[in-house]
Design a protein around this ligand. Structure first.
Ligand code: CUA
Length: 284
């Protein structure tokens, strides 16, 4: 028994070392934080169980190696109750931890029942993208239509108080703000996948699948198409640029054609924005 305890002690020590040595990587988005947080939680439960089971196994094999007359354990009620309750507790923990993460709109998408009550703020229509689920108040979050087509990505930004901004290949989003990505397709099945931000969603023609994110680290992230869609699939790439909120506002202004400050966002502002936008298109 002494040996078993020593063995367990050594294994537990090793495990503690692994945990202490594990540097908690900087999280790039709320989505990624949720996913990796759950992964880590489950790992911290799974590793001690593995160590315990393997430890007992190794100990038993060693301890009884010369036993010619083994006697199996029979009718041990205490033992049975213990492992039933322990298993139930572990499964409950796994279930609750997973449900918490899946219930978040950042993981379950805009249609998930949010624990923080943000479901209440969702409207059936996001006014620029009919049928998409988004926040009722356009100032509440950034909204972008992610439009897949053979073999490229088009990103259409809602720009309250100005002309909407479209760009191919690069998705610019602000750091620290909730972003709704309304994913759809022009032709057939594609899927948007940004592993660095923990984002993945199918793109179907004729419907919006909305995912929600909040990036917490500026930088450039690779975007892939994650659904085989034809000969150009492997080249159907894009980039997500996470910039500061000021840079994002600047980006919208510079690309909406209005080129100036948003003057209240009334109809005359929109009209001049459209006109100058068209003019610059003609000039180009
Ligand atoms: Cu689009 Cu694969």
């Amino acid at each position: 028994m002494k040996q078993a305890r020593r063995l367990l002690g050594v294994l537990t020590g090793l495990f503690a070392l692994v945990i202490l040595a594990d540097p908690v990587a900087a999280q790039s988005s709320v989505n990624e934080e949720l996913i990796f947080g759950l992964n880590r939680k489950l790992l911290y439960v799974a590793v001690p169980i593995t160590v315990l089971v393997e430890g007992i196994l190794i100990y038993t094999v060693y301890r009884f190696r010369d036993n010619d007359d083994p006697k199996p354990t029979q009718e041990n009620r205490r033992l049975e109750i213990t492992w039933t309750v322990a298993t139930a507790i572990i499964l409950l923990f796994v279930g609750l931890a997973s449900y918490q993460v899946l219930g978040s709109p950042f993981i379950g998408g805009a249609t998930a029942t949010a624990g923080d009550g943000s479901q209440a703020n969702l409207m059936e229509l996001s006014y620029d993208y009919p049928g998409a689920k988004g926040p009722a108040d356009p100032d509440e979050a950034v909204q972008v239509e992610v439009d897949a087509m053979k073999y490229q990505w088009q990103f259409n930004h809602q720009n309250p108080g100005g002309q909407n901004v479209g760009e191919t290949g690069t998705l610019v989003i602000p750091e620290g703000r909730t972003v709704y990505l309304h994913v759809t397709s022009q032709d057939w099945l594609h899927a948007v996948h940004v592993p660095g931000l923990g984002l993945k969603q199918d793109a179907f023609p004729g419907q919006y699948n909305t995912i929600v994110t909040k990036a917490t680290e500026r930088g450039s992230y690779q975007l892939y198409c994650a659904e085989y869609c034809g000969v150009g699939h492997s080249n159907m790439l894009g980039t997500v640029e996470v910039v500061s909120q000021e840079e994002y506002q600047q980006y919208l202004q510079e690309n909406s054609g209005s080129g100036g400050n948003s003057s209240g966002g009334n109809s005359s502002g929109n009209a001049s924005g459209n006109a100058s936008g068209n003019a610059s298109l003609v000039a180009a």
